[in-house]
Design a protein around this ligand. Structure first.
Ligand code: 1GP
Length: 276
């Protein structure tokens, strides 16, 4: 799929018969599916797996449950990577499921060619140059060579009520949870910088998930897909976040504790699709 840019004054092999320039800006399958959720006002559900917290056997069970509950995406990654079995886990998941696997890396070393796509994260809520551009420069050749679909992501960490691994590791302050205008302006800046998606995160296991009013503020003033996660523990909060304007809901911790939640939360998220 290609994004049509605009009419041009001259003809070249890159122009179609109507002299419309067909730009060489491929939109990958996963990015396109995220755009389509936003455009059709549909909602998606993503399960986050931290490779340090699962065995290959558990990943297989997870795949079966995700298939059964019509999960839309599997996000894979964590702030740290103590174990060495990411490739193996992703292969195990892929051999049991067609659900797209998107890497959500805590560091540039977390790249696996077995995934479908990679959130190319820029921590736009922080002021640490390493996580805005430094790590990207170092990892660029490896990321490019991976052949993965790259999804440029404006990553925003919002205070979830307790220090999270991401805040500690990134040496950056999260956005205070009552400063919705800061969150809004950060999101707008990310969109205008050309990020493909926004990921607003209260951090894994957050005491306070992102508020619905903050989600509404961001969603109603930006037009790129909005992913929301951190501290979501039940179907009701997932449903309310969708109502507030989130396009994709991410749940990790709560599912690690109770896999039965996959079905419950997935139904709640997709219930919004039926209402629409
Ligand atoms: C964390 O958004 C994710 O980066 C998910 O958070 O583990 O709290 O669900 P939880």
């Amino acid at each position: 799929m290609y994004r049509y840019i605009q009419k041009s004054a001259y003809v070249s092999p890159l122009f179609n018969k109507k002299n419309i320039f067909v730009a060489l800006m491929p939109i990958g399958v996963v990015h396109n599916s995220l755009l389509s959720l936003r455009e059709r006002k549909q909602k998606g559900f993503a399960v986050l797996v931290d490779p340090d917290k699962v065995s290959v056997y558990q990943v297989q069970e997870l795949a079966a449950r995700c298939n059964e509950s019509k999960v839309d995406y599997l996000f894979f990654g964590g702030s740290l990577m103590v174990t060495q079995h990411m490739d193996e886990c992703i292969q195990a998941f892929k051999s049991h499921s067609d659900i797209p696997v998107i890497l959500f890396p805590g560091s540039p070393s977390q790249v696996s060619r077995y995934a479908d796509a990679l959130f190319y994260l820029s921590l736009i809520s922080g002021r640490n140059p390493e996580l805005l551009i430094g790590a990207h420069v170092v990892s660029a050749p490896m990321v490019k060579a991976s052949g993965l679909e790259i999804i440029s992501t404006g990553y925003m960490v919002v205070d979830g009520g307790s220090p999270t691994t991401v805040s500690y590791m990134s040496h950056s302050f999260p956005i205070p949870r009552d400063k919705e205008d800061i969150a809004l302006c950060t999101a707008m800046a990310g969109e205008m910088q050309g990020k493909h998606v926004l990921y607003v995160d209260a951090g894994s296991g957050a005491k306070y998930p992102i508020s619905e009013s903050m989600i509404t503020k961001i969603a109603s003033n930006t037009s790129i897909p909005l992913i929301v996660g951190g501290g979501i523990r039940d179907a009701e909060k997932a449903y309310l976040n969708c109502k507030a304007g989130a396009d994709v809901i991410v749940v990790g911790n709560a599912i690690e504790k109770d896999m039965a939640l996959i079905k419950e939360i997935s139904s709640a998220v997709h219930q919004n699709n039926m209402v629409v």
